[in-house]
Design a protein around this ligand. Structure first.
Ligand code: CP
Ligand code: NVA
Length: 314
């Protein structure tokens, strides 16, 4: 049967149906369990990787993932390319699409990524923008399936800034039918359009979506607790004013996790700031913290995504 994700883009998670989403997670776990089976899956394929923001995990997981699938990757630091000198996106898209099989981009503007995808004849993957981080959610939900057996009946809670991670958890959870509760300060609430999108998806999938102010309300009976930095890439100059709002309240600590299920798990996309959004005691707790498992799953989740986008029969 033809693979319905073949030759598409992944700009945000709303482009995936529940079945497509789960098929990526299943392939990702199989790639993790049986790497040799996939060692030539993307032989001859080349991925261009464009970075306008910093990265450790995304760069290494995509690049190493391509190599482990038998393909190759070309890394472009945007500031050393003609993109930084103002070359129109239409020209970058058309030129790269004639030379590579897929384009991964980490940048600020979601509109720029949409424009790149519009003009590119090869799949474009959003590897983090100001509004979305879909690849992280694929890895995180693969991790949930691996430790919990299923995403069915799961409640996730997110504490902190209403940022790209909060948006992608909202969309990913509602597509899969998980309950999702997000606690942010009122002035750093998630984007209202994305919340509305998630609530609409939830009407179909049956997810409960809560946007609250109190971390305690979000964490109540959660199976998985997520957080992220108080100031994302691009917001660093606001750190001082953000700290005044977040400090002392939007932190995952031993008091807060008491409200979650006893066998809760802690997750964080990383990089993390111990003592700010999470205490060292929680993030370094080997029993409950999944931070390295989820980071390692970036390689497998994105490898699975690449196979789905580049192989007609994946
Ligand atoms: N989580 C994540 O995307 O990490 P990097 O910024 O290191 O790529
Ligand atoms: N919200 C963070 C995620 C980093 C992976 C940022 O955008 O900087």
């Amino acid at each position: 049967m033809a693979n319905p994700i073949f030759n598409k883009d992944l700009l945000d998670l709303t482009e995936l149906s529940k079945a497509e989403f789960l098929s990526i997670l299943d392939l990702a776990s199989d790639f993790r369990a049986n790497p040799a089976k996939y060692s030539q899956a993307l032989k001859g394929k080349v991925l261009a990787m464009i970075f306008e923001k910093s990265s450790t995990r995304t760069r290494v997981s995509f690049e190493s993932g391509m190599y482990r699938l038998g393909g190759n990757a070309v890394v472009l630091d945007a500031k050393n390319t003609q993109i930084a000198r103002g070359e129109p996106t239409i020209d970058t898209a058309n030129v790269l699409a004639g030379m590579v099989d897929a384009i991964m981009i980490r940048t600020f503007s979601d509109d720029m990524v949409a424009e790149l995808a519009h003009y590119s004849s090869v799949p474009v993957i959003n590897a983090l923008t100001d509004l979305h981080h879909p690849c992280q959610i694929l890895a995180d939900f693969q991790t949930i399936q691996e430790v919990h057996g299923t995403t069915e009946g799961v409640k996730i809670a997110y504490i902190g800034d209403g940022n790209n991670m909060a948006h992608s958890y909202l969309l990913g959870a509602t597509i899969l039918g998980m309950d999702v509760s997000i606690a942010t300060p009122a002035e750093y609430a998630p984007n209202a359009e994305i919340v509305a999108q998630a609530k609409k998806i939830a009407e179909e999938s049956g997810s409960v979506v809560e946007i609250v102010i109190e971390p305690a309300d979000a964490v109540k009976d959660a199976d998985f607790i997520f957080t992220d930095v108080w100031a994302s890439m691009g917001d660093e100059e606001e750190f001082g004013e953000r700290e005044k709002v977040f400090a002392g309240k939007y932190q995952v600590n031993s008091e807060l996790v008491k409200l979650a299920k006893d066998d809760y798990y802690f997750m964080h996309c990383l990089p993390a700031h111990r003592g700010e959004e999470v205490t060292a005691e929680i993030i370094d707790d080997p029993k409950h913290s999944l931070i390295y498992h989820e980071a390692h799953n970036r390689l497998y989740a994105q490898g699975a995504l690449l196979m789905k986008l580049l192989l007609e029969d994946a």
